[in-house]
Design a protein around this ligand. Structure first.
Ligand SMILES: *Cc1c(COP(=O)(O)O)cnc(C)c1O
Length: 453
């Protein structure tokens, strides 16, 4: 019988995270203070983030950073995750390619986000923090942070974009089940929220507003820090456990990937699966292709510009060097809510600029075609976000068939879609559309960016 799953044991959970910045010849440019345009120092980040996380954020010298025992212990709840050979998908595509996926959907909250949420909660707890805040759009990050906060005995306040709070009640219930306080944003609990509600009483909220509220509450509450689920360097670092495990599992399978693929929102699961492999390219000159799969309606890597920009819509965060569509870019309401983000993290952006990786953009209907095929042949209903990686994998596998080449493809299944069935319903009813962006629409918000680079 052919081996379907490659399984590691608890003792194989990585003992150190991999920090790719240390191995990059061109380091990511520094994060800047928006007022002075001076690089931020570690201490500048202390009011918002736990000190250890601030240190990790700016660390471009240590390739390996020890995973504390307390975090590894929590990882044991569901890690190591399986590496699976997608025989069903290979057969359906009649491709000579060998397709593998790393199944991050088996985490208690159904996505990879818990890998970083637990680490962030741990470092906050360790320095005596009692309360944390965060924001969530579609709810995946909020769900992960809720469990992580509870696990380390922290109180969590989640600002959830008001429209999602009402439209995605199950993610809200999940957060409440884990004991978090979930507040629809904009709210009356902060100055930023009250201001917006005074001006626009019916405003349904945005991620930008939710970030402002979460940051304001963190700064004003004693012993309170703010947490973020993607984009930042320390989040990419924590997610490296995905690729480090996959590296060992590919060895068990006796293969090495020619192509590694991840879907792309702010870059955390993509970095997680790909950086440990990209490391072989940077340090040993290994020939490997790394592909980020982003939505055609939010194409920062394929059509955006490399420039300093804010991390949030409202412009409250430091300036980050990134491929961006402009922080005021408002992506179409595709169902892959976790990919509706205007920019990419600093490390990924530098790697992309240096042509060490590639990006493709995928129209919404292709992602649901891919998701449905995958569900039927592999038995797992993927998150709409993860379906972008599946669609990109299918393209490569079809290409391999046309060329008659036997390639090895590895992709990350970042999450399952069991709480996204309303999106599948719309797809089956023929109510989903693609969103084409004209060059004018892409350039409109980019044109407003200050030309710092
Ligand atoms: C949040 C999320 C993403 C996108 O975020 P990244 O930081 O780009 O990984 C992708 N897939 C799932 C399942 C998510 O929850």
């Amino acid at each position: 019988m052919k081996t379907k799953k490659f399984l590691l044991q608890e003792k194989d959970i990585p003992t150190a995270w991999y920090n790719i910045a240390a191995d990059m010849e061109n380091k990511p440019r520094p994060i800047l203070n928006p007022a002075t345009k001076e690089p931020l120092r570690e201490e500048d980040l202390y009011p918002l983030f736990a000190k250890e996380l601030a240190h990790q954020e700016l660390n471009a010298t240590d390739a390996w950073i020890e995973i504390p025992e307390g975090v590894r212990d929590m990882y044991k709840i569901w890690r190591p995750t399986p590496l699976v050979r997608a025989y069903g998908l290979e057969k359906a595509l009649d491709t000579p390619a060998h397709i593998y996926f790393k199944n991050e959907s088996i985490s208690p909250v159904g996505s990879h986000k818990l890998n970083s949420a637990l680490a962030q909660a741990y470092f906050c707890k360790k320095e005596g923090v009692t309360n944390i805040t965060t924001e969530t759009g579609a709810g995946q990050w909020g769900a992960a942070m809720s469990y992580a906060a509870k696990a380390f005995g922290l109180e969590l306040a989640v600002y959830m974009v008001k429209i999602s709070y009402h439209q995605k009640p199950y993610r809200r219930s999940i957060m409440q089940t884990f004991g978090a306080q979930v507040i629809a944003s904009p709210s009356m609990s902060t100055k930023a929220g009250r201001q917006i509600l005074t001006d626009h009483p019916n405003y349904q909220g945005s991620l930008g507003t939710a970030i402002s509220e979460a940051v304001e509450l963190a700064i004003q509450t004693p012993n309170c820090k703010y947490t973020l689920g993607s984009v930042l360097n320390h989040v990419m670092l924590h997610q490296s456990v995905i690729g480090l495990e996959a590296e060992k599992q590919m060895e068990m399978a006796g293969e090495y990937p020619d192509i590694v693929i991840g879907c792309f929102g702010g870059g955390s699961n993509f970095s997680g699966i790909s950086f440990p492999f990209l490391r072989h390219k940077l340090t040993e000159g290994k020939d490997i292709r790394i592909i980020a799969a982003e939505p055609a309606s939010c194409p920062k890597l394929t059509r955006g510009q490399f420039q300093y920009d804010f991390g949030d819509e409202a412009g409250y965060t430091p300036l980050i060097p990134m491929f961006t569509l402009g922080h005021t870019f408002s992506p179409a309401h595709i169902h892959a809510g976790g990919l509706r983000y205007h920019g990419a993290g600093a490390i990924v952006s530098q790697l992309h600029k240096d042509k060490l990786m590639e990006a493709v953009d995928i129209p919404q209907l292709d992602t649901f075609d891919a998701a449905t095929l995958f569900a039927r042949v592999e038995g797992i209903i993927p998150a709409p976000e993860s379906a972008h990686a599946i669609a990109a994998t299918i393209r490569e596998a079809q290409q391999a068939r046309e060329e008659g080449k036997q390639k090895v493809i590895l992709f990350n299944l970042s999450g399952h879609g069991l709480i996204d069935m309303a999106a599948y319903d719309q797809y089956f009813a023929g109510d989903l559309t693609n969103f084409d962006l004209t060059d004018e629409e892409v350039e409109k918000n980019i044109a407003g960016l200050e030309k710092i680079i």
